[in-house]
Design a protein. Structure first.
Length: 134
């Protein structure tokens, strides 16, 4: 059981959302933020760093948006549903952009392949959660 799941279950407020999907989105966003940060750093260490500028930029944007998404989703006391939907949309868009960019470099750089996969998992988890919000 993930820490996110444990904390959601320990929260005294009544859950008006699918806690399993919520925990999955929090975990995926947290993981994606870490992987995107690591990918950007790895890109900076590559000899072909000049060819990876767009990748680094999308990695960093995605990492920041995923981190914010995880934090917003974690706060369950009187959430603003419109803000939650907006942050999920932003995360889906950032993951799609970053995953697509990293996929272009995946054959040459293992870190980009791993990042594209993490972005895909996060995008899917956020889509699944967003679908339950109406």
């Amino acid at each position: 059981m993930s820490s996110a799941t444990q904390m959601l279950r320990a929260h005294p407020g009544a859950a008006d959302i699918d806690e399993e999907l919520l925990a999955a989105a929090i975990d995926a966003a947290t993981d994606c933020a870490q992987v995107c940060t690591a990918c950007a750093d790895a890109c900076l260490a590559e000899k072909s760093v000049g060819d990876l500028v767009a990748c680094i930029r999308t990695d960093l944007d995605c990492a920041d948006i995923c981190a914010v998404t995880a934090r917003v989703l974690t706060r369950r006391t009187r959430p603003d549903d419109e803000v939650v939907r907006a942050v999920l949309r932003a995360c889906i868009d950032a993951c799609r952009a970053c995953g697509g960019e990293c996929a272009q470099h995946a054959e040459m750089h293992e870190h980009c392949r791993l990042c594209a996969e993490a972005c895909g998992r996060c995008e899917e988890a956020c889509r699944e959660l967003a679908a339950t919000l109406g």
